[in-house]
Design a protein around this ligand. Structure first.
Ligand SMILES: O=C(O)CCC(=O)C(=O)O
Length: 383
């Protein structure tokens, strides 16, 4: 049974853990500005650090003005959240955004709760439950936790999806024919944001004869606000190499405490971008701190990991990811590249190998937006 601390007691109980983790975070050496080699590919030393630790932090990757546009869009998105998961209206009684999407974009939870830990949800990958501190008496009943469909809800987020540096990182890790996974923006409001219990993301390929450290892909998080050790993602370095981990045992060996030893907080400034291997053990604690975190999260896979795999993590179980579905979902990237090139005409335009020669079919214009972007999350490629 998880303990129920006050939010303040929860925050105080994190201080020593935060101190140790922060020391580790700065000693690992897997952060810094993005660097490329002479051919414009991601620098080998960055790739080496990523594969060694299972995560990396690109400092200052997204320009301040772009972060400001993203913040404006996410302010609006949050303002139009439904009051609860099955409600059609926001707190002002207006129609909530996304109620006409095939998949509703908002996931609302009780403040400071852990909606997945110790449940069978999402393939049962969150094996243990986190501490769920008591929210303040005046806290709202439900708060936003996750927001999907970023490319439909926000022009700035669509353009971000076509960012040339981000796509060059995806190419460096998964090869030039990389494919998308999904997107889900984590929102951790001050004193309200819920926790994400310790887990590894991947579900489908643990027993594969082809299994290796990269088979379940990786996620980006673009940080719109400062990420402190109290509100950020925590990662257990190197665990992407270990196969499937018995998390229950790790927590039991730690006297039942969620503060697993050896973890590192992903400390970031606004505009920093993190990458984390989907096999690395990671979590985030309830945000009992006074600081907001919004992490725009989206992932990429190797094409070979996805083709022929079947639906998990909210996709229909019977769905098999064939060439047509992979192409349809990947085309969102190509439209994002064009949307970005329209908005930032002087910026570098990324050449996405699977669409080279087909660019004209994926220009950012009303008919293409309708054809490609409408309910694109139905084609997500979760593994
Ligand atoms: O950012 C967070 O709080 C959780 C992120 C996470 O668990 C994930 O991306 O798989």
């Amino acid at each position: 049974m998880a303990k129920q601390l006050s939010a303040q007691a929860h925050n105080e109980a994190m201080h020593e853990y935060v101190r140790l983790g922060t020391d580790r975070a700065y000693s690992i050496g897997n952060r810094g500005p993005i660097r490329f080699d002479a051919d414009g590919k991601l620098a080998q030393e960055i790739l080496d650090a990523y594969w060694q630790h299972g995560f990396y932090i690109f400092e200052g990757l997204i320009a301040e003005e772009e972060i400001s546009l993203l913040r404006q869009d996410y302010d609006e998105i949050l303002d139009h959240a439904p009051v609860d998961n099955n409600s059609d209206v926001d707190v002002y009684g207006r129609p909530a955004w996304g109620i006409d999407f095939a998949r509703r974009p908002y996931s609302m939870i009780t403040p400071l709760s852990d909606p997945w830990g110790g449940t069978d949800l999402l393939g049962g990958r969150h094996q243990t439950q986190m501490d769920q501190p008591r929210p303040a008496a005046d806290a709202p009943e439900k708060v936003p936790f996750l927001i999907g469909s970023m490319c439909q809800l926000s022009d700035a987020a669509l353009r971000l999806y076509g960012h040339p540096d981000i796509l060059t990182v995806a190419e460096g890790i998964n090869g030039p024919d990389f494919v998308p996974f999904n997107d889900a923006t984590f929102v951790k409001q001050p004193g309200l944001g819920g926790s994400v219990a310790w887990h590894q993301d991947g579900l489908t390929h643990w027993g594969s004869s082809e299994w290796d450290e990269g088979i379940h892909g990786f996620n980006f998080q673009v940080q719109l606000y400062e990420c402190t050790a109290f509100n950020c993602l925590w990662v257990m370095p190197g665990t992407h190499k270990l196969g499937k981990i018995d998390i229950k045992q790790r927590v039991a060996d730690n006297s039942g405490s969620e503060q697993l030893p050896g973890a590192v907080p992903l400390l970031c400034r606004p505009g920093d971008v993190t990458i984390a291997n989907r096999q690395v053990l990671h979590c985030s604690f309830a945000n009992s701190s006074p600081h907001i975190r919004i992490s725009v999260t989206f992932g990429f896979h190797r094409r070979t990991s996805v083709l022929g795999a079947s639906g998990v993590l909210g996709q229909e179980a019977a769905a098999v990811y064939d060439e047509q579905r992979v192409d349809a979902r990947s085309s969102v990237i190509q439209v994002a590249i064009d949307a970005r090139a329209n908005y930032y005409p002087k910026g570098r335009r990324y050449a996405y190998t699977p669409f080279v020669g087909r660019e004209d079919d994926y220009r950012y214009c009303p008919s293409v937006i309708e054809r490609v972007m409408h309910d694109y999350t139905l084609n997500d490629l979760s593994i």
